[in-house]
Design a protein around this ligand. Structure first.
Ligand code: CA
Length: 227
């Protein structure tokens, strides 16, 4: 799960970042409107924490831009402005929740979990392909009803592929989705190859009838069983 924190106040940004990393989210941050706008356009997130008053613009305009881009990110507005107008306007513009500052990190984490749960679509909690069932909520993978133990990143990779069966996934897109945009600078994708190798081996050993195929020189594709 990848979260973008948009907040210009450095200490608050760091507190939120630390709390989220501890919960094992992939976290990126933006300290101003321009930075946030560039990230929103280039990447996808599971949840965006959005400050309204930014030094170079309004968070509400970012919300508007998200809509224009037809993005479906979950958005939680975090705002010091205690104005009811902001809250109503924000929720009206498609934000999922509103958390007034100051707040406890425990409250923030609870709101994020709730928004992610709701955003995960109408009660359809688990993904099923062939004999593989993935439960995002409990982070469990079952093969023929038997639990397959995966490391966190292996689970994230499998989730990403199970949401996109038959799609050819470029390895750089995969790296960005699972590890965050700091991998942009990585000069190789050894970590992707290593995790993919382990995940594919585990799936085969557990008797999964889905296959994540390596497409030479490009990336990977999840092939569901022929029905
Ligand atoms: Ca601010």
């Amino acid at each position: 799960m990848k979260i973008l924190i948009i907040e210009d106040e450095p200490s608050l940004r760091e507190i939120m970042q630390r709390a989220l990393v501890q919960e094992r989210y992939v976290v990126e941050t933006a300290a101003n409107y321009a930075e946030a706008d560039a990230k929103i356009a280039a990447y996808s997130y599971d949840c965006i924490l959005l400050d309204i008053m930014l030094p170079d613009g309004s968070g509400l305009d970012l919300l508007h831009h998200l809509k224009e881009l037809r993005k479906r990110e979950n958005v939680i507005i975090i705002s010091a402005r205690d104005s009811l107008d902001d809250k109503i306007l924000g929720l009206d513009m498609g934000a999922d929740d509103y958390l007034p500052k100051p707040f406890h990190t425990a409250e923030l984490l609870a709101r994020i979990k709730s928004v992610l749960r709701r955003g995960k679509s109408g009660g359809e909690m688990s993904l099923v392909l062939g004999n593989v069932t993935l439960e995002p909520d409990s982070s469990r993978v079952l093969i023929n009803g038997k639990e397959l133990v995966l490391l966190k990143k292996e689970f994230d990779i499998l989730l990403y592929f199970m949401q996109r069966p038959n799609h050819l996934i470029d390895k750089s897109v995969l790296a960005e989705a699972v590890w965050g945009d700091h991998v942009d600078q990585a000069d190789n994708f050894h970590f992707v190859y290593a995790q993919m190798k382990n995940l594919r081996r585990k799936l085969v050993e557990a008797g999964a009838n889905i296959e994540i195929k390596a497409i030479y020189g490009f990336g990977y594709k999840l092939i569901p069983p022929a029905s």
